[in-house]
Write a protein that binds this ligand. Sequence first.
Ligand SMILES: [Zn+2]
Length: 414
Amino acid sequence: MDVLLVAHGYPPDRRGGTELLTAGLADELARAGHGVRVLAAAGVAGNPQVRDTTVESIPVRLLERPVPADYQLARADAGAQRQLELLIEEERPDVVHVQHTLFLGPEIIGTASRRAATVVSLHDFWAQCPLVHTGPRDHHPVRGDWWGAACFMHYELRHPLQLLGEVARGSLGATVKAHLERPRRFRRELGTADALVVPSAFLRDSFVRFGVPESRIDVIPNPVAVTPPSTERASNSVPVRFGYVGALAPHKGVHVLLDAFAAAGDGAELHVFGAAEDPAYAERLRQRATDGVVFHGSFDGARRDEVYASFDVLVVPSLVHETFSLVTLEAQTAGKPVIASRVGALPELVRDRVNGRLVRPGDGRGLAAAIGSLGDPEAVHRLRPQAAAGVLDLPAYAERLTQLYERVRAKRNP
Ligand SMILES: [Zn+2]
């Protein structure tokens, strides 16, 4: 089968979760004998150009151009649509799989689905809301056609300078209109796809509220590199080592974790792995760090197993609606209990007092109590997951998608 993958970025230039997942899927499909091509946006300064390249023997067509200042409005991108048309004409793929529409515009979906069987992955809230990482307080009180009114409010109020600029330029009315149109356009375009894929029941339910029929959505969890549980740290090691793995960003709640650890982590250690996106926030974290906190910075993917083997309990103190949690599943496959916020898809993976603890997002006292309750090796041992349920490795994930590709292709060409 010939598959054309469409993404908002591709390694080595962009190494976000979705970009790495797209590259992993491309490699795995090629290994299984399928034809694979990739069309990806690449945000670079200078004149726009189209460049064909090869990444790990996968042919990739890059749309190199600057990222528009108002990219959050997801404007239609005629250039990207034209390149997709050309590539579909050249390659005649059996299936187009749109991994993300960021920097490409929602209309890229209809451009694909008018010409080929089309699958769209929804990894986050981008199609619903320009905030992308929405949290429990970012409500969309009105469903249907007026959904975007809330987006105008919460997005623009978070960017007051931009808002003032629009008032000064007299473009405020156009911005309000663009926010109202945005979800309507996404809903219309998603409606043209043959199938939609989400990584969690939580994200599926949120798209049903957004107005997508449930029957059109398949839940396929993202793949996890499965390695046997580590025996490197014996389960009776003291002191108990807690770990954080992920970006050092406010929406991940790292500051809440440091405060909770200061209150509860008597004699324990907290090992923090991840890169700071914002130096000011990183500095705030360093000031909050107490004895026993060690910052390790980011790490290479090749050291992943070593990192998970180096602590006993993972903490995921997120403040936003995680649509999936790769680090939770990675920790669970390594045999570690997880303390997580009761938010987004996390309660699908962590069951309170079975394989970890769930706490209210942002509740420092609750998090401190959960950390305190796992302060001795015996308590950690009781919550060690026997096996992470429903985990797919990359070949199994590609196989699930291949079955879906077959289904949509057969529906198109009975
Ligand atoms: Zn919104």
